[in-house]
Design a protein around this ligand. Structure first.
Ligand code: ATP
Length: 509
């Protein structure tokens, strides 16, 4: 084990249901007293990982160690671990005190007695009334509900009920508390309050918290360490600031906070080109390498253009402005691209502005070498995927597990909630072998020209560029020649799309 303060260690943990691998080679050491959050979109394997730590699921392979001991196959009740679920699961007919005391009344603890022969033997006994009372009152004090001990559960607010559920989980003094979206059922205001309270509670009790959420803001607010997951695979482990400032790939950047993500090319030593402009940067990549860049909205600097514009500077036009309390959020059109920027200064819509970014605020990431990524894609009112000017059919139900599209093209969630995806910004990815290129123009979704072919061992990698300068990399056995005019054809199920921001933004009444 890496460190002696490590309380729980997941080593090469896999979980498969049938042919479906939902947790893939998960490796993580958690330190005693740490607040760790598993963050990722619905279905990425967070709950399954938590359930394996709790003992409700057994890994298909790999090991889970608790304080260095293998607990992979130990049943849940023998682990010093308790879980708080999203639904409070309280007993409605018991009051607050009895809900918290419930488990303690059943619990037996070992004690030593001397038998007739004068030998010490270990026996089991129930807790005394006083012991139970001390423990319950202590737990109620931690969750700040001492005054409500005699209240009926049904008279409590959602937040208070969830606090009782937490008290019930901590009253047994577990070493680790698992929290599976515990605030998911609360309204936004209550959620925010409870986030701070949970963080306080964590400090007070000092035990290890492992928290599951799909809400990036919640993860950033509360955690010491965030584990970002996608499709059962850990993408990045780090502190909230690391993950925010130095995302390792476009998925993490997009998932954590608002960000501008662009395809870019290294045009020289510490020079990177995106938005058709060359910026100085601090990350050293090979000249001509295709990369992705992330720029956070708060790092975009704007100045209004007065007089004749300087041809060497990057220019844009403010198209929308929203007041966000402390700052304004602007969307600025730069050619066909958009830049999101934040500023405390108030500029009118339609202003022409210079844009700039400090070199250290341009985060450059290695490009994924198996997929085409389109970070500036969006959906239109017909749920078509738009990449530059090209239109593609796409399966939008992938944005929400268990959803369908109704005859008015609204996305309907499994809980009946309705979403209007018109103009929703998405990141679209397309595998190098997941589409076709066909000879001649106007035979597919978008036209292009073959600008490059590279022979890689046993196949060709063909780069097709559209008139809007979008690149589609395609892997094929067939040889294509530079300059060939082609069309790109994609079937709807091949695009993988993820929303920028939470789907709740698109909910309609
Ligand atoms: P959510 O936030 O929606 O709960 P999650 O990230 O917690 O998502 P999991 O609940 O761990 O994801 O599910 C991961 C995948 O495993 C999903 O595709 C889910 O359908 C599948 N899965 C989970 N439990 C089972 C099971 N018992 N049998 C088959 N598939 C399962």
């Amino acid at each position: 084990m890496a460190n002696k303060n490590c309380i729980i260690s997941l080593q090469g943990v896999n979980k498969t249901f049938g042919n479906n691998t939902v947790v893939d080679n998960f490796n993580l050491d958690i330190t005693k007293g740490e607040f760790v959050t598993f963050l990722g979109p619905s279905g990425c394997g967070k709950t399954t990982t938590l359930r394996m730590i709790a003992g409700f699921e057994t890994p298909t392979s790999g090991q889970i160690l608790l304080n260095g001991e293998d607990i992979t196959r130990i049943p849940p009740h023998k682990r010093p671990i308790n879980t708080v679920f999203q639904r409070y699961a309280l007993f409605p007919y018991l009051d607050v005190y009895d809900n918290v005391a419930f488990g303690l009344k059943l619990k037996k603890i070992p004690y030593e007695v001397t038998d007739k022969k004068g030998e010490k033997v270990t026996k089991m006994r129930h807790l005394t009334r006083q012991e139970i009372d001390d423990k319950v009152m202590h737990a109620l004090k931690i969750i700040d509900l001492e005054d409500l001990e005699n209240r009926d559960i049904s008279t409590l607010s959602g937040g208070q009920q969830q606090r009782v559920a937490i008290a019930r989980a901590i009253v047994n003094e577990p070493e680790i508390l698992l929290l599976d979206e515990p605030l998911g059922a609360l309204d936004l205001k209550m959620r925010k309050e409870m986030q701070l309270e949970l963080k306080e509670m964590h400090k007070k009790i000092g035990i290890t918290f492992i928290y599951v959420t799909h809400d990036q803001e919640e993860a950033l607010t509360m955690s010491d360490t965030i584990v970002v997951m996608k499709d059962g695979v850990i993408q990045q482990i780090g502190t909230p600031t690391d993950i925010y400032n130095e995302p390792v790939n476009a998925f993490v950047a997009n998932f954590i906070g608002e960000s501008n993500i662009y395809n870019a090319t290294m045009t020289g030593k510490l020079k990177v080109k995106f938005l058709n402009h060359v910026f100085d940067c601090v990350d050293d990549f090979q000249v001509n390498e295709k990369v992705e860049v992330v720029v956070r909205p708060e790092d975009v600097m704007m100045t209004v253009i007065s007089g004749e514009a300087d041809a060497n500077k990057l220019k844009g036009k403010i198209v929308t402005k929203i007041f966000k309390g402390i700052h304004y959020e602007y969307v600025i059109a730069v050619g066909k691209s958009e830049v999101i920027a934040q500023s405390t200064k108030d500029y009118p819509v339609d202003s022409l502005v210079y844009l700039d970014v400090e070199p250290e605020n341009i985060q450059i990431m290695k490009k994924d070498t198996t997929t085409n990524i389109y970070p500036e894609a969006y959906l239109d009112k017909n749920n078509k995927l738009i990449i530059s000017d090209a239109e593609f059919d796409v399966d939008v139900t992938q944005l929400l597990k268990g959803s369908h599209v109704d005859d008015q093209l609204y996305l309907i969630g499994p809980d009946g909630k309705k979403y209007d995806l018109d103009d929703a910004d998405v990141v679209a990815t397309l595998g190098f072998t997941d589409f076709e290129i066909v000879d001649g123009h106007d035979n597919g979704n978008v036209n292009g020209v073959v600008v490059d072919t590279i022979y890689i061992g046993d196949h060709y990698q063909v780069l097709v560029r559209t008139p809007e300068e979008e690149d589609f990399i395609f892997e094929t056995q067939d040889m294509w020649n530079e300059g060939d005019l082609v069309s790109i054809k994609v079937s709807p199920e091949k695009f993988v799309i993820t929303l920028k921001g939470d789907i709740s933004k698109y909910e309609v009444e």
